[in-house]
Write a protein that binds this ligand. Structure first.
Ligand SMILES: Cc1cc2nc3c(=O)[nH]c(=O)nc-3n(C[C@H](O)[C@H](O)[C@H](O)COP(=O)(O)O)c2cc1C
Length: 223
């Protein structure tokens, strides 16, 4: 698989098969992804990988948390700008509408949409869950390094036929996650990531998100 093939084949998958990810394949991808660049070679990514019993325990913990108190934890960082302007607002709206359209949940069915989103906290039933932390002293340049690591990882996994879904939703319950993982106090949860094999029959996995045309985001000078 070429890099371009892996880039085109990567999509956020939200329904997984009950099929384990070989630990060696996962370790290899995690290690190779660390070749991702980072400013000053700080390598600010800090990860937890969960499978089997620890994953079950965490999901049960989250289930209890959500059914007793669905209120999110006080945010460590805003997932989106408070007043998301155009064209970003439209892009965000479109991906939501396309996704709910595929799973047949109407805009009026607010409860149905909320219930659907709780799938995030089961890692969309993936066999592996990843959490990505960053030291609180790091700023936005280092956060961009996290993105480089995570995308490199997703492409390497894709090369192995493995699918992913990056998940900022987890940051809304960072305290509940910390109760299970007991990370160092100076670490902040950026996101989770579901890792496994896509369920080819799940309607939600037919989601094909759109991209803006090149001319809209790139300015060419001197060509
Ligand atoms: C940092 C980050 C956080 C995301 N958080 C979530 C999430 O919490 N739940 C979810 O279902 N998808 C999440 N996504 C997936 C995006 O919705 C998805 O990447 C986007 O719609 C483009 O679709 P594609 O990944 O299929 O190309 C996240 C993606 C990124 C990069």
């Amino acid at each position: 698989m070429s890099v371009a093939d892996a880039v085109r084949a990567r999509r956020s998958v939200r329904a997984f098969l009950d099929r384990p990810v070989p630990p060696e394949v996962l370790r290899q991808a995690l290690e190779t992804a660390a070749r991702a660049p980072s400013g000053g070679n700080l390598q600010p990514w800090r990860l937890y990988l969960l499978a089997g019993e620890p994953l079950r325990t965490l999901k049960e913990h989250m289930q209890r948390r959500l059914s007793s108190n669905p209120q999110p934890d006080p945010a460590d960082y805003p997932i989106y700008p408070p007043k998301l302007g155009e064209p970003y607002r439209t892009y965000r709206f479109a991906v939501g509408e396309d996704m709910y359209g595929l799973v047949g949940i109407s805009r009026e069915d607010k409860l149905g949409r909320l219930r659907w989103l709780t799938g995030n906290f089961r890692f969309w039933d993936a066999p592996v869950g990843l959490f990505c932390y960053v030291d609180r002293q790091m700023g936005s340049p280092q956060w961009s390094d996290l993105g480089m690591y995570l995308q490199t990882l997703m492409l390497l996994l894709r090369e192995q036929g493995i699918d992913t879904c990056p998940q900022e939703a987890w940051s809304s319950y960072h305290r509940s996650v910390a109760e299970c993982l007991q990370p160092p106090a100076e670490w902040m949860l950026f996101c989770g990531m579901a890792i496994g094999y896509a369920d080819p029959d799940a309607a939600v996995n037919r989601l094909q998100t759109q991209r803006m045309p090149l001319e809209q985001f790139a300015t060419f000078l001197g060509f």
